[in-house]
Design a protein around this ligand. Structure first.
Ligand SMILES: Nc1ncnc2c1ncn2[C@@H]1O[C@H](COP(=O)(O)OP(=O)(O)OP(=O)(O)O)[C@@H](O)[C@H]1O
Length: 702
């Protein structure tokens, strides 16, 4: 919010809006005040000097403006197919205009023998050019002399259009508002030296130019400035939170590396750590020795070996007399971590337990007691760990596997489990693009593991359509005959659990026809099974008792069966990129050559084709994440959906990376240099942050 009186005025007070329109603006566009209107940015600008003749329309141009008469129109179709079709004529030719919604009121609005100025996008229907839902103005109403030639067009709704607030008319409201605003209302909030170094348009001017720019260039400059401001302020907030926490929070100090860590490292570590694992371990070591709370996000590509890093972290805690917990998103994963960690810890005097929703009451009681008395150093589990009843004697480190399914609020619950907040290490196995991580998790310190353990062979990924299933199954058989194991995955059909289940069952029957039961053993796992059955099936596959795992995506994250070398993904066109990558990551975890077969139907959408192409081209999770972001946009990336941190009004995390990088760099420097913003040059920013209090960690602390 901008701290200023005129901007806080209710929208009804603006010339041209009465209580009726005011109500509509509030309801339809969430515009309550002058300030909200000012922050309602145009979608685009029409160059009013550019009017095309119909015969000269270049169909490749995005938006065009034409002028002409409408003498003829008809309402066609009924119900949802109802549409209004009108013929716009100028002296060079005619163009069809179509409205699918609001046919009735458009019809009322249309007038013969009046010259219309029509603006919109050309599309083709049955090879015929048409313009649907154009912006319409009576040409004579537009006084070209007095008005700016770049006219803004605003987002609006059908309902507003019917009440005289189309995209252009909203522009007139803004036009009335702008002259009433002065520099006091919109004080500069970026330090002057940055405004100069980066040649940013000053704030007030940027607001004027984004709405009514004197030229396209001014508009671009205004846009750049406001995008920078948006990202810069967000980065300042993140940095303040992080720096304040790193400098001022009280944290447990893990003074030394002790016997448990050293013995494990020297005697039991089954392999040499990769460079990336060593680096991250060092970061954790440094973070936990400072006496401030660690909040670190560890992004590792699938199979990069995060578990061992987590374990070494937990041993470090145990060496210093602290307990640790490790939380997984699903029961299966918790079980698997527990089994894996117990195996690794066999020779060491470390007590480890598992706590999940299905832990029996008596066992649970015992575990809770042991945790409270400090008899157990390590507990692995699901969300069950953060339940209120669970108390620790001295929780020092909390590891959260798969941040994507574990929100900030739940992280906060963990903190409340100890007098001094425990160190938190969040591990994600689905890489998030750097730009997203920077914005969504900018308050966390950030480590990357982009190196796979040595000896891994790249997974070969191929795409086959259904008709080649037979051949694919023959290949599967040859791999099983070599002693390998195989996954066959079916998609979860979101709309219906029942459909997913039927799909899977059909698949299971089909797999059985290729691999008869007397010769091959099959495990099946799906969401509808009771937990015990699920685990039993999982266990048999993990132990190599079954050769084939037929499953829905419950298998997606973290499952580790190094002997599995083939991943068949059925209907793979239904999966998103990061999910495909996760699934593929279930193979290629041993030293055998592994394969991933993406089965699809014959017909693929362009997007699906693109996804399959990328999967076949690269194994690099970070590259795939970037592509995913490009294809789906930030809002859709799993786990970040609810994160308001990604909802920027102007900036795009895909197209404005350079601005984001700059915002990050300068925000980091500024906070590093003047955390309390006492320097005169930072006062405008400080004032702005204080005026927008509640949104910044800084203002809470100050
Ligand atoms: N430095 C290493 N050298 C050789 N093998 C390793 C190394 N680090 C881990 N591994 C092995 O690699 C496999 C994958 O490790 P881990 O399960 O920790 O991966 P992850 O990062 O959790 O992957 P995912 O997120 O896909 O589950 C395991 O079998 C583990 O024993």
């Amino acid at each position: 919010m901008i701290n200023s009186s005129i901007l806080e005025s209710p929208i009804d007070y603006l010339k041209g809006i009465g209580p009726l329109k005011g109500d509509l603006l509030r309801k339809e566009l969430n515009i309550h005040s002058f300030e909200d209107l000012l922050n309602h940015f145009p979608l685009r600008h029409i160059d009013r000097t550019q009017v095309n003749f119909i015969s000269e329309i270049n169909f490749n141009t995005d938006f065009i403006q034409v002028k002409g008469y409408i003498d003829d129109w008809q309402v066609l179709g009924v119900g949802r197919a109802k549409r209004l079709v009108a013929q716009l004529k100028d002296k060079s030719g005619d163009l069809e205009l179509v409205w699918f919604q609001g046919a009735n009121w458009i019809e009322k609005m249309l007038e013969r023998r009046v010259e219309w100025l029509v603006y919109g996008k050309i599309s083709f229907f049955n090879s015929k050019a048409q313009m649907s839902h154009p912006e319409m103005e009576i040409a004579a109403d537009i006084n070209v002399e007095g008005m700016p030639f770049l006219e803004p067009i605003y987002p609006t709704t059908e309902k507003l259009k019917t009440r005289g607030l189309n995209g252009r008319q909203i522009g007139k409201l803004v036009y009335n508002l702008l002259p009433q605003i002065n520099a006091k209302d919109l004080p500069e909030n970026i330090p002057q030296h940055l405004v100069e170094t980066l040649r940013l348009t000053p704030r007030l001017k940027a607001y004027c130019d984004i709405h009514y720019p004197p030229s396209q260039e001014y508009y671009q400059q205004a846009l750049r400035r406001l995008k920078f401001e948006e990202l810069f302020i967000a980065q300042i907030r993140h940095n303040l939170t992080r720096v304040r926490r790193n400098r001022h929070s009280r944290g447990i100090r893990f003074e030394s590396v002790g016997q448990l860590f050293n013995t494990f490292y020297e005697k039991y570590l089954p392999f040499t750590l990769t460079g990336a694992q060593k680096r991250v371990l060092k970061e954790i070591r440094q973070d936990t020795a400072r006496g401030h709370q660690m909040n670190r996000l560890l992004q590792g590509d699938v199979g990069s070996g995060k578990t061992i890093v987590a374990l070494l972290g937990m041993l470090l805690a145990a060496d210093n007399g602290y307990q640790s917990c490790m939380m997984a998103p699903t029961e299966i994963l918790a079980q698997q971590h527990f089994a894996g960690l117990s195996e690794l810890l066999k020779g060491l005097p470390v007590e480890i337990r598992i706590l999940t929703g299905s832990t029996k009451a008596k066992v649970r009681r015992d575990i809770l007691k042991e945790l409270e008395e400090g008899l157990v150093q390590l507990v692995v589990g699901t969300h069950a760990i953060i339940e209120e009843k669970v108390k620790f004697k001295s929780l020092g480190l909390a590891i959260v596997d798969e941040q994507h399914r574990f929100g900030v609020a739940q992280r906060a619950k963990l903190w409340s489990k100890a007098a001094i907040p425990p160190h938190v290490l969040v591990m994600t196995a689905t890489p998030i693009p750097r730009t997203l991580a920077m914005t969504a998790y900018g308050d966390l310190d950030y480590s990357i593991m982009d190196e796979l353990p040595p000896g891994r062979q790249p997974i070969t990924t191929i795409h086959r359509t259904d008709i080649h299933r037979m051949k694919v199954m023959e290949f599967v058989r040859s791999e099983i005959d070599k002693g390998r194991q195989v996954y066959v995955i079916y998609p979860l059909i979101e709309e219906s659990e029942k459909l997913s289940y039927e799909d899977l069952m059909q698949g299971y029957e089909q797999v059985k026809t290729y691999f008869p039961e007397h010769k091959y053993k099959i495990s099946m796992v799906h969401g509808r099974q009771p937990a015990e059955q699920k685990e039993e099936n999982m266990r048999r596959f993990v132990n190599g008792e079954t050769e084939i795992m037929v499953s829905t995506t419950v298998i997606e994250v973290g499952v580790n069966v190094p002997n599995a070398s083939v991943m068949i993904i059925e209907s793979s066109e239904k999966f998103g990129l990061s999910q495909l990558h996760q699934l593929r990551g279930r193979v290629g975890r041993g030293s055998e050559k592994s394969y991933c077969v993406l089965l699809t139907g014959q017909k693929l959408s362009n997007d699906a084709r693109e996804r399959i192409k990328i999967m076949c081209a690269t194994n690099d999770g970070f590259k795939i994440a970037e592509k995913d972001l490009e294809l789906r946009g930030p809002g859709e990336i799993e786990g970040t959906k609810q994160s308001g941190a990604l909802n920027f009004k102007l900036a795009s995390l895909i197209n404005d990376r350079e601005i984001l990088e700059a915002a990050k760099l300068y925000a980091e420097r500024l906070v590093e240099d003047d955390e309390n913003m006492d320097k005169a040059e930072n006062l405008p920013l400080k004032n702005y942050l204080l005026a927008t209090k509640g949104k910044t960690a800084w203002s809470k602390i100050s």
